[in-house]
Design a protein around this ligand. Sequence first.
Ligand code: THU
Length: 134
Amino acid sequence: MINFRFLMEQAQKARENSYAPYSHFRVGAALLSKSGKIYLGCNIENAAYSATVCAERTAIFKAVSEGERDFEAIAIAGGREGETYELCAPCGVCRQVIAEFCPKDFKIILGNNNKFEVYTLDMLLPLTFTSENL
Ligand code: THU
């Protein structure tokens, strides 16, 4: 059983390291691998804006670079600095990167510690372009 609440708490913890001096929009992600390890990620912005990387991709790239390829779930927590936040939807690029490694029933948890919702990758990215399309 996946502990969604714990994963969301970890995403909020990861958000504390967000480096977002330009947008002031801070995001944290916690990625649970099948081996049970959790990889944290935050958004890391850059003065050359396009060099910015999202929290989700930071977590996935950390995990893959350490040899993990099988994942269960990701929790994402984001919002503007100093404000309460409800639900931060992952951007299209991050959904596509998730789809590279994760099955249709991969769980995506959105919200915060008080209230969160569990989606599947298939719900957030139907008709996915994958290696099977090549
Ligand atoms: N951001 C993420 O980290 N994840 C998303 O899925 C949405 C956007 C970041 C990127 C940028 O640093 C800031 O939020 C505003 O777009």
